[in-house]
Design a protein around this ligand. Sequence first.
Ligand code: RNT
Ligand code: ZN
Length: 424
Amino acid sequence: MRHEAKQIEEAYELARNLYGQWGVDTEEALSRLESVRISLHCWQGDDVSGFERASDQLTGGIQVTGNYPGRARNADELRADLEMALSLIPGKHRVNLHAIYAETGGARVDRNELQPEHFQRWVDWAAQQGLGLDFNPTFFSHPMSDDGFTLSHPDEGVRRFWIEHGKACRRIAAHFGKQLGTPAVDNIWIPDGYKDNPVDRFGPRKRLVQALDDILSEKLPPEHCVDAVEGKLFGIGSESYVVGSHEFYMGYAISRGIVLCLDVGHFHPTETVSSKISAVLAFAPKLLLHVSRPVRWDSDHVVIVDDELQAIMHELVRGEALNRTYLALDYFDASINRVAAWVIGSRSTLRALLCAMLEPTDTLRQYELDKDYTSRLALLEEFKAYPHSAVWDYYCFRQGVPVREQWMPEVRRYEQEVLSRRAM
Ligand code: RNT
Ligand code: ZN
């Protein structure tokens, strides 16, 4: 161990010098990285099931595939799994809940009647763990959403039910923010849409504007609850038309002064979120990112350090947009160990971010202004091979979490001792 610590420190010193030659301060990058909080999506731990059992099916055009053993069956198991994952991720982070993760003590409480008290155990746990909480109303997996429409439903009664749910969730989020002393992002995503070509595209969107305005009409302190809306291109069963499209929510968020959520997997395959960030932030004060990974038509694979993740992090760092961006993970993979899925996605996100922080951006910017595109391209390419991994290892070491792949045996042990004993 001593020997290993020495190696990590020596490699770091070498890296620090190399970066230093380009004016990049690795210490500064690490202290900036330390201040970044990622919101871990609780739903990776139980395949977006929740504890409500109102419907035993995941609906809304999203899907989890895989049957890896060990899915969390209740909130205590889910919290234990999250604790395990968080212990392997450097830094302090947050947990993102959905309304279906309410704890009602066995009582049947419908979505429009949810209260902050139904999440008190989550709040107490978060306080004790030093975590912030974020929130999402659940507009799917419920009999009232079975025909594919919620807030834009043509039926007034159905719409009303979901509006009440939206309102209840904002109060719950505000409760999180108040109790934990850090604002909770309340993100609205609805599945509404048609499988086949609609005749009326205007009507549902008009109704959605009204429903959202109604939900947001209650003034809540922005230091407790931050409102966000998330658009999407299509879902399973809503291939032809999604009411809450990107353009729709872009207009809505900017006109209402709320946060726009961009999910990395919610666009045409050749569109990139990285290229949209600067456009959105030219008008919207803040952005929520659902860090995810699209693969063909599916949007929810475990995040890895691919070109797009790296490009997103470069944009946030170069544009000094980190303090205007909420980072949240959003994927669900049931084909691998679920704790590992959190760890991989979070560590990859942080590592890509660190890599972006280790770039000599001022120099590159100057090349660009000088029209020296040759140097810009050359240096960008060379920096891909700079020893950012030595800085990352040192960061993990300093944060007291396993270095490199040393987190894997920890997950394996947890699997043997805890996950594998969960009979389904
Ligand atoms: C679905 C959206 C949404 C969900 C979660 C579970 O397409 O991405 O964010 O993944 O709310
Ligand atoms: Zn999302």
